[in-house]
Structure formats: structure tokens, C-alpha cells
Design a protein around this ligand. Structure first.
Ligand SMILES: Cc1ncc(COP(=O)(O)O)c(C=O)c1O
Length: 461
């Protein structure tokens, strides 16, 4: 065993982590592309966002805390708007939704997708113009659909024959003509770098293209004439880096568009290609820019429309993760550091799977840094874990942290804006952390911390 300045247990024993993870030359370096754009280390070595030190954020709001770089989020909205100037960009609210974020994306000219009554209520209460809201979901209730109609949402993405009947009845009752898209299961399942053209029909979302249900749904809506069929919708997955999945999807969905034209003489004016654009969680990930995506998607749609002799429909996309994911990091306080001789070092923080379920749920990879100070210690391979009663309660599976990391230090995990707070739970009765937006050196609470009183208030027994 080689001597190590932080002790034998920090040496090159045990797991070396995944092959892609390199020992950093500078353990204090903030890897480019992973952090919100205004994040840098201050003169004292602590991480700062928009000029505000994480030490100040922790002192004022406590930990764990989700820290949102507001300018970063807004700039990602602008990047998408600039790349898709004639298209509609729907922010997928499921990634993270609260009223402040609704206002930010509305001010930046985006539309908004919701998929439950709760998300719809949040959007409306923040003043999102209803005509800019799209309503998704495979099991929207009658009450939810009724609310959407009463609010005047811009479009409803229908997902089943039952839903078409429900919505038709509600529209007739109200004397309205809701605009709808048909969600098509195109038979492409995309995950990160790969897409698999089998086993895709076996899922709960949408109408199958291959089985003919998608065409029948479109025919039913057109023939009944109660709902206004605006177009087709396809969403092929999440955290996608390879545009070839979109290519296959666009080709198939535009072939259906041509089939509908040939059968009913109607060219649907809209096409939604969904979201799922990947972001960088670690150095393994190399996401495309919105400009690249726009170029590729337009090229695909233009050439497929030319091949099918179709007018190019009005396009929309639905990025969630790519807008909010990189704009947020989670700040934790270290509680214990446990060296398991010959195995690995566990750094326990004051949150865990209740504020970030993605590692346990999807085997997701994250990065982390010692945020409250810079260190001169050697890099040490660590696993950042939470405080929950599950051995799978892992926040960051493998990361190099300075070997002198200790209780009381703050550790920050970037890329936690999407599907972390929105999927947070109260497991082990751990109250969910707050969300703090930072802009021009000022921090503002946008979602407060849950308290034990909140938890007990629901427990009426
Ligand atoms: C229909 C639809 N649109 C958009 C999204 C957003 O995906 P992402 O946040 O990966 O961009 C999802 C995510 O599940 C989705 O189901």
C-alpha cells in the first residue's frame, strides 16, 4: 500500500471508481459546463454564485438547500428562444415548477407544459397566460380536464381513447372547441447515447403508431369534429445526446401526418417533437447547444416533409432538464466522514435520496465539490451519501473530494435543477429543502423549507 498524506485509507486502495473518472489535477477546480454560469470560487476559496458565497447562503437559509442561479436559468431560456425563434418552446414544468420559475420562463417568452392539476394550478396562480400552457398526462381526470377547459389552456395532448371521449363530453357541455395534439408512441426509446427500436410499444404513454391506434385516434377526433386536432406529438425519452432518435421519430410521425392527409384530406398544422435534451452531470456528458439541436431538428423535419410532400408544420419542443437542470446546485453540510478500509470513503451529508432520488432511481451519476473552502489536500475518491435509512441512499456515487473533507464542510452537487426538488419526498420524515434564487449577489427564498410542523399538520390522527 502506498503512503498517502491523508492516511492509508485515502490511498489507492479499494474502488478506483468508473473508468471515465479521472483524478483531478486541481481538486478545487469547478469543472466547466457542470455549474451555473455565474459560479466561481471567491478569494477565500469558497464557491460563490452571482457573487454570493455559499457560506452566506448556508448561514441564512440552512442546508440542504437548492440554489438557483436566476441569470443562468434565464439565459438558457433565451438560448432556446434564440435557437427556435419561429417555433414554440414549452418548458416542461415537471422538471421543476414553482411560481417564481413560472414567472421567469413566462418573462423569457417560453410556453409551459404541465401534466397534473397541481402543476396547472401553480402555473395559473403565477399568471402564466393559459393560451401558452400545454396539458399532458396519461390519466388526466375529468376534473383536471374540466379545469383546463375552464382556464382556456392552449392545447391538450390527448393520450388515450378514454381521454378523447372525456374531453369531447366536457367540450360539448361547455360549448368549446379545445385544441388538441395526439401523443404518438413512435417506437423509439432513447436513452442517453443509444436508442432501441424494440420494446418501446410496451409503455403507458400515447397511442401506438405501429398498432394503428395513433391513426385511429386522429381519425376519431377529425370525424367527430368536436375537438380541434392541431397536430401530432412525440416524446422519445430523456437525457438524450444522440439526435438520431429524433430523426427516426420525426420520420415516423410525419409519415403518419401524410397518412392522415391522404385519408382525410387534412394537413395538420403543428408538430411537437417533445423534450429530453441531455445535460452534463459529469465529465462524461457532452450536450449539444440549442443552436445545434435547432439546426438538426429543422433539417430532419424539412427533409421528411419534402419526402412526404407536406408543408412544414409549426414546430414546438419541450425542454425541461436542459433549462433548469444546470441552473441549480444543491448545497449540503457534511455530517460524518467514514473510511472503510480497503473499500471506500463515505461522506455523509444532511440530505440524500429525499432531495435527490435520481441516483437511487436511475443509477444517475453526479459530481460534487468541497464548496465552503479550497483545500490543499490530495484528491480522495469518495461516495457522497445521505442520512436516510437505505444503503442505496447515494447522492454521488464516485467523486474526488479533498482528503481533508470533514464534518461542517459544505459540499455542493451541480446539475440538480431538474427532477430533484420536483421528485423530492419526505422519506424518514425529512422535511424537503428550500429553493433559493440568487441574482446580482442577492438571495431570495422562492420555495421555503418544509418544517416538522408541516409534516405534523398533515397527520391528523
Ligand atoms: C412529454 C414530455 N415532454 C417533455 C419532457 C421533458 O423532458 P426533459 O426534462 O428531459 O427535457 C418530458 C419528460 O418526461 C415528457 O414526458
Amino acid at each position: 500500500m502506498r503512503a498517502h498524506e491523508a492516511g492509508a485509507l485515502h490511498g489507492d486502495i479499494g474502488s478506483r471508481g468508473p473508468a471515465w473518472l479521472r483524478t483531478p489535477e486541481d481538486v478545487n477546480a469547478l469543472l466547466p459546463g457542470l455549474w451555473p454560469r455565474s459560479v466561481a470560487r471567491g478569494a477565500d476559496g469558497a464557491v460563490a454564485v452571482a457573487g454570493l458565497s455559499v457560506r452566506d447562503i448556508a448561514a441564512e437559509f440552512g442546508t440542504p438547500v437548492y440554489v438557483l442561479d436566476e441569470a443562468d436559468l434565464r439565459s438558457r431560456c433565451r438560448d432556446f428562444r434564440a435557437a427556435f425563434p419561429t417555433e414554440d418552446v414549452f418548458y416542461a414544468g415537471k422538471a421543476f415548477l414553482c411560481r417564481a420559475v413560472v414567472r421567469m420562463i413566462a418573462e423569457e417568452g417560453l410556453h409551459l407544459d404541465v401534466c397534473t392539476g397541481g402543476e396547472l394550478a401553480t402555473a395559473l396562480s403565477a399568471g402564466m397566460p393559459p393560451e401558452r400552457i400545454g396539458f399532458h398526462g396519461n390519466n388526466k381526470s375529468v376534473a383536471e380536464l374540466g379545469r383546463a377547459l375552464d382556464a382556456g389552456v392552449g392545447r391538450i395532448i390527448v393520450d388515450s381513447f378514454t381521454e378523447i371521449d372525456r374531453l369531447t363530453a366536457l367540450a360539448l357541455e361547455r360549448g368549446v372547441r379545445p385544441r388538441v395534439l395526439v401523443r404518438v408512441t413512435v417506437g423509439v426509446e432513447a436513452h442517453t447515447h443509444e436508442f432501441i427500436a424494440t420494446a418501446h410499444e410496451d409503455q403507458k404513454f400515447g397511442f401506438s403508431l405501429a398498432g394503428g391506434a395513433a391513426a385511429n385516434a386522429a381519425f376519431k377526433i377529425l370525424d367527430e369534429g368536436v375537438l380541434e386536432l392541431r397536430g401530432l406529438h412525440s416524446h422519445i425519452g430523456s437525457q438524450i445526446f444522440d439526435a438520431s432518435g429524433f430523426e427516426v421519430s420525426a420520420r415516423r410521425v410525419l409519415a403518419l401526418q401524410a397518412q392522415i392527409r391522404d385519408a382525410r384530406g387534412v394537413e395538420l398544422p403543428e408538430l411537437d417533437l417533445g423534450g429530453g435534451f441531455g445535460i452534463a452531470y459529469t465529465t462524461q456528458d457532452d450536450p449539444a447547444t440549442p443552436q445545434d439541436l435547432a439546426k438538426r431538428l429543422r433539417k430532419i423535419v424539412d427533409s421528411e416533409c419534402a419526402a412526404e410532400n407536406l408543408a412544414v408544420p409549426h414546430l414546438s419542443i419541450e425542454p425541461g432538464r436542459a433549462i433548469v437542470g444546470p441552473a441549480v446546485f444543491t448545497l449540503y453540510e457534511v455530517g460524518t466522514v467514514k473510511d472503510l478500509e480497503g473499500i471506500r470513503t463515505y461522506v455523509s451529508v444532511d440530505g440524500g435520496m429525499s432531495d435527490n432520488i435520481r441516483t437511487a432511481l436511475y443509477d444517475a451519476s453526479y459530481s460534487a465539490t468541497l464548496a465552503s473552502r479550497a483545500s490543499t489536500a490530495q484528491p480522495m475518491l469518495a461516495r457522497v451519501v445521505g442520512k436516510h435509512c437505505e444503503s442505496g441512499d447515494i447522492v454521488v456515487k464516485d467523486e474526488f473530494l479533498p482528503a481533508d473533507v470533514q464534518p461542517g464542510d459544505l459540499v455542493a452537487v451541480p446539475g440538480t435543477g431538474a427532477y430533484c426538488r420536483s421528485m423530492a419526498s419526505n422519506y424518514n420524515h425529512v422535511p424537503r429543502p428550500p429553493v433559493v434564487a440568487v441574482r446580482d449577489g442577492q438571495a431570495r427564498l422562492i420555495v421555503r423549507r418544509e418544517t416538522e410542523e408541516d409534516l405534523l399538520a398533515l397527520d391528523v390522527g
